[in-house]
Design a protein around this ligand. Structure first.
Ligand code: ZN
Ligand code: ZN
Length: 170
């Protein structure tokens, strides 16, 4: 299991899945401690925008705990994982300090996690630990090329994805 970051909505069922499957776990080194301690999220502030502020108030619970689990391999920017077609790791902090995105199958598919969302349209995640760094990371996403993109929250984009992302994050 490769995790984009260690927020409870992305790791909450991980311990149960690992017990059931024995899956090996991968996460960026900056977020691994949160997974292994079952909580202890860094401070996050709501992103600007009404939708983000409302969703932040409903869904973000900084003191939430989850069942902890071991990270077998920590990741860093530029790592390549030779798994099911190959994943390239790109470090994109801001929403979470250890957030990564993954380019799959020779850059065809971008797994974007919570670097952004595609709820009503392509936009921000519900919050940032560091908005300025988060914006730099979003622009990094706009400079890469991929056919499709999938988000942690919202609809996937299945064609000309990097072009559509560039229009929002040039
Ligand atoms: Zn998140
Ligand atoms: Zn999320």
């Amino acid at each position: 299991m490769i995790f984009t970051h260690s927020h409870f909505d992305h790791v909450g069922s991980a311990a149960a899945i690992i017990k059931a499957t024995g899956a090996k776990t991968y996460m960026h080194e900056a977020d691994a401690k949160i997974a292994e301690e079952g909580g202890g999220f860094r401070t996050m502030r709501a992103a600007p925008g009404l939708l983000q502020r409302v969703l932040f108030r409903i869904f973000w619970h900084p003191n939430k705990r989850f069942e902890s689990f071991h990270i077998d391999q920590t990741l860093k920017d530029g790592d390549v994982l030779e798994l099911v077609g190959g994943f390239k790791v790109v470090h994109v902090p801001g929403h979470s300090a250890g957030h990564i995105v993954l380019l799959w199958k020779e850059d065809k598919v971008m797994f974007a996690g919570d670097i952004g969302t595609n709820l009503l349209s392509i936009g921000d995640p519900i919050g940032f630990e560091n908005e300025k760094i988060g914006r730099e990371s979003q622009r990094k996403l706009g400079k890469m090329d991929y056919e499709a993109i999938v988000f942690g929250h919202g609809r996937p984009i299945t064609s000309n994805a990097s072009e559509k992302i560039r229009r929002v994050w040039p």
